[in-house]
Design a protein around this ligand. Structure first.
Ligand code: GLU
Length: 415
């Protein structure tokens, strides 16, 4: 899916929710548009003394329910449309999760693999300097996303703290533990996905133990999910990165494959199962399919190949609307991204709360609160779905999320 289509698709999901809720035109207009969009051009000194410029964005979709919240991605193909779509999704992700934020997102058009560590640091600090007045603990709070990590968050927090002349730990989340990070944050997306998937399976009268799982993507989210699902008793039968894939109906040895991926950067060295192509992963027989890579990987050309009975979206926007229709016709249940990938932002919220209170929680406390939030969110979506007689979990999730954001806007007198 190209970025423009992705943006249109996100807006049409919001519009559909406005229609279900019979919201007035003004509310619909405000809720579809970003409140603020910043574009920056960043000149950065390379190690060889030359200067390269990079484009970056930070978009605040809304701050009606609270400060903006959402990740920052470093990607060679990111642009305004993608960041806008992702900022919009963040608003409704936070809303459905019941955390007091609006949505925001950032992006820098860069291939971080081509930069040295020093160059990455200079780029991260330059970005923070450029957007400093638009981010902060009560304004808009970035976090990691595709190809960004706790180290990058630490550099950015440090840069903002230098500008402000005091430590503003809560201006950014997903930081290392040594500078105000939260226990459980680095594994939160995968862990959250397991909690939601397990609760949904229970509605279906099924269990996670013994379930066959196929994972599309082997980045932070996919690799962590593989370990977490395997530890919960599921059998990971297939996994891929952008170029390589492995299939083993008997179950992949997750410790071994993680070690290989870490050492070699791909999955070729895993000889126990069968090497297949990343596209073939979509057709593998399984019970649960976890899309954990980029937008639009399940589309009209491949949707009918999916054999799972449940898809739990760990990535943002992995299924195109055309594919959504095909999958629904096949009776496949789809747990939407704004719920199934919300674990990361929920633990980001916990991190922000801990930064503000200056009191840090144990991992057990984080896990217990994370599971409670997600199971409650799933129950509320289920109720909304029944009340409005909707077939789709996605429309129900957007319905409940849009209703809450619209209420904040109304109470503030915006519409
Ligand atoms: N990038 C993650 C997401 O898309 C996390 C955002 C956050 O923690 O603020 O949900």
């Amino acid at each position: 899916m190209n970025n423009d289509l992705f943006c249109q698709r996100s807006i049409s999901l919001v519009k559909k929710a406005c229609e279900i809720l019979e919201l007035d035109e003004t509310t619909e207009q405000i809720i579809c548009e970003p409140k603020r969009a910043i574009e920056v051009t960043l000149p950065v000194k390379m190690d060889d003394g030359s200067i390269r410029t990079f484009k970056g964005w930070r978009i605040l979709h809304t701050d009606a329910p609270g400060p903006g919240k959402g990740g920052l991605r470093f990607h060679p193909e990111t642009n305004y449309d993608e960041v806008r779509a992702l900022a919009t999704l963040m608003t409704f992700k936070c809303s459905v999760a019941g955390i007091p934020y609006g949505g925001g997102k950032g992006g820098i058009r860069v291939n971080p693999k081509e930069l040295s560590k020093m160059e990455l640091e200079r780029l991260s600090r330059a970005y923070m300097r450029a957007i400093a007045q638009f981010v902060g603990v009560d304004i808009d709070i970035p976090a990691p996303d595709v190809y960004t990590n706790p180290q990058i968050m630490a550099w950015m927090m440090d840069e903002l703290s230098v500008i402000r002349q005091y430590n503003e730990f809560g201006c950014i989340t997903g930081k290392p533990l040594s500078v105000g990070g939260s226990k459980g944050r680095s594994t939160a997306t995968g862990q959250g996905n397991l909690y939601v998937t397990r609760a949904a399976l229970r509605y279906m009268g099924k269990e996670i133990e013994g379930a066959k799982v196929c994972i599309h993507g082997c980045g932070n989210a996919g690799a962590t999910a593989a370990k977490i699902f395997a530890a919960a008793g599921a059998k990971i039968v297939a996994i891929c990165d952008s170029k390589t894939a492995v299939y083993d109906p008997e179950g992949i040895d997750i410790d071994l494959i993680s070690e290989i991926k870490e050492k070699t950067g791909n999955l070729h060295g895993y000889t126990k199962g069968k090497q297949i192509s990343p596209d073939e992963v979509l057709a593998v027989p399984c019970d649960i399919f976890l899309p954990a890579s980029l937008e639009g990987i399940i589309n009209e050309d491949n949707a009918d190949k999916i054999q799972a009975s449940l898809i739990s979206e760990m990535a943002n926007g992995p299924i195109t609307p055309e594919a959504d229709a095909i999958l629904s016709k096949k009776g496949i249940i789809i747990l939407p991204d704004i719920l199934a990938s919300a674990g990361g932002v929920i633990v980001s919220y916990f991190e922000w709360v801990q930064n503000r209170g200056g009191y840090y929680w144990s991992d057990a406390e984080v896990q217990e609160k994370l599971e409670t939030k997600l199971v409650e969110a799933l129950d509320e979506i289920k109720k909304f779905k029944e009340e409005y007689k909707l077939d789709s979990w996605r429309h129900a999730a957007f319905g409940i999320a849009v209703a809450r954001v619209a209420q904040s806007m109304k109470d503030r007198g915006w519409c």
